[in-house]
Design a protein around this ligand. Structure first.
Ligand code: AMP
Length: 500
């Protein structure tokens, strides 16, 4: 079944039931969501989009961006969301790798987009701004307001979401209609979505958390979303007067706690606060409970399959854990030989289920490496089950840094730094940061005999090459990187030295 058809089957019957409530008071009803997504679907079909063709969108969050996503599903396309922070070089790689039929860019980057599209031989470029301006919405407005959603098989792709790569190359996680539908159904039920719910949606929509987890739950429930362009703690507090559910990364909760206005009264209308995408500190969990009377519900998942585990809605939400495997998802903790370990022992977390992705786009070998022969996906996270079956995430074995809920693989940043003149080599680590969780930090060895660049010069150079959230917050210089007997850089020593 087409994921859109599953969602639409639950849309409210009342034509004017609100779906999106936007800043400034604009409202989009569910009936409008249907007719607008029909226009976008019709536009894509008219542009020659065939089932399975990709539609890449590097746009700001907006109602129109959501119409585009849903229209793409309806027309049988594969939606490829891209973080607006990605630079020209990064986007060039995604376009070349995914070969979309249509690339939708921000109006301010139209010229660049056209150059990139020409180089990658993409047939069509449109622009779409945060207020719905640009050629895409104008073209969609000319289209009929009804469109027959294409039937799709469960295994057909619905989306490709790029995750930053361990090897420096980003990988496109292929998500099918089955994957997204399975997770949407389970989360909607597990988190007890009910009539009267209103979701405060402040997450970005280029990531699974905002685009799939949050949006699908609200749409399946036929609920309104207070659809905000970005997170803002003071504004969140005001909007919570009219909301019941909020989903955020730990950074959002840290920032909410910095607001004096965060009190029991301020959140008395809320029924549920969900946290994930990065580790939640016990201090945040405890302080939030003291200040608001609400216990944060922490869950765990990743791009490659949406959500895997969650603390329960009813019953104990256990601090320092990400809860139980979700219905339909098998989660196991194994040793280095893929043998399941008993509760209490730390090992590699592996997952299997209808929500777990289909593999990496055009990377069959990488895909094979990441799945066991029994079909379990190797998450790269380390964890431990306790005696009651709660899973705790203990660490990661993939060297990943999570900053403000966004993933950064050191390798990509190290390659960018090593390419700078006067640099011999570098190591990039994540150091604890009160706001971002972890701060990207570079440790650099300058080339012998050269003055080499200073920290400011390195940061300035990188800003033009990689997205802002990946640029190191600090650069330290050393004469040599510490290495073990195998020649591997001992990042733990660097973390100890520079984290102090
Ligand atoms: P992403 O693919 O961007 O969603 O990032 C997925 C990664 O985020 C996972 O592999 C984990 O390392 C991390 N992650 C997600 N949720 C949690 C959580 N609740 N606690 C700790 N780490 C998490």
């Amino acid at each position: 079944m087409n994921l859109y058809a599953l969602l639409a089957a639950r849309f409210p019957r009342e034509a004017d039931a609100p779906c999106l409530i936007l800043p400034g008071g604009r409202r989009v009803s569910y009936a409008e969501l249907e007719s607008q997504s029909a226009r976008y679907g019709a536009l894509l079909a008219e542009a020659g989009l065939k089932p399975g063709d990709r539609v890449a969108a590097q746009v700001e969050k907006s109602a129109e961006a959501l119409f585009l996503y849903l229209g793409c599903l309806r027309a049988g396309g594969v939606f490829l969301p891209l973080n607006p922070a990605y630079t020209r070089g990064e986007v060039a790689y995604f376009l070349d790798d995914a070969g979309p039929r249509l690339f939708v860019c921000d109006p301010q980057r139209m010229e660049e987009a056209q150059e990139l599209a020409w180089a990658a031989r993409l047939p069509l470029v449109h622009d779409l701004g945060s207020l719905g301006e640009g050629s895409l919405a104008a073209a969609a407005a000319q289209m009929p307001d009804s469109f027959d959603t294409l039937a799709r098989a469960d295994d057909d792709l619905a989306s490709i979401v790029y995750t930053s790569g361990t090897t420096g190359r980003s990988k496109g996680a292929m998500l099918t209609h089955r994957n997204l539908a399975a997770n949407a159904r389970v989360l909607h039920q597990y988190w007890g979505f009910r009539p009267g719910d209103v979701l405060l949606h402040m997450l970005p929509t280029f990531h699974v958390h905002g685009l799939f987890v949050a949006t699908h739950c609200a749409l399946l429930n036929g609920s309104p979303m207070l659809f905000e362009p970005k997170f803002d703690a003071a504004r969140a507090l005001r909007l919570m007067q009219a909301a019941t559910v909020f989903m955020g990364v730990p950074t959002y909760y840290v920032r909410l706690l910095q607001e004096r206005g965060l009190t029991r009264e301020a959140v008395s209308h809320m029924r549920l606060f969900i946290s994930g995408s990065a580790p939640l500190l016990p201090e945040t969990f405890n302080e939030f409970r003291e200040r608001t009377g609400h216990t944060l519900l922490e869950r765990y998942g990743m791009t490659e399959g949406g959500m895997f585990t969650s603390n329960p809605l009813e019953g104990e939400r256990r601090i320092g854990t990400v809860g139980f495997p979700l219905p339909g998802t098998e989660v196991r903790v194994v040793d280095a030989a893929d043998r399941p370990l008993p509760a209490g022992e730390i090992g590699h977390i592996q997952v299997r289920g209808d929500n777990v992705f289909d593999g990496y786009w055009q990377m069959p070998e990488k895909t094979q490496e990441e799945f066991t022969p029994e079909g379990f996906f190797r998450t790269g996270d380390m964890g431990r089950f306790d005696a009651e079956g709660y899973l705790a995430i203990i660490g990661r074995n993939k060297d990943l840094i999570i900053t403000g809920g966004l993933n950064v693989y050191p390798k990509e940043i190290e390659e960018a730094i090593d390419a700078l003149p006067g640099v011999a080599e570098s190591a990039v680590i994540g150091l604890p940061h009160p706001d971002f969780g972890e701060a990207v930090t570079a440790v650099v060895v300058r080339a012998k005999g050269t003055g080499g660049p200073d920290a400011e010069a390195i940061i300035a150079e990188l800003k033009g090459r990689i997205a802002g959230f990946k640029v190191p917050k600090a650069v330290h210089f050393v004469d040599d990187l510490p290495r073990n007997a195998m020649g591997k850089v001992q990042k733990n020593l660097l973390r100890q030295r520079f984290g102090a």
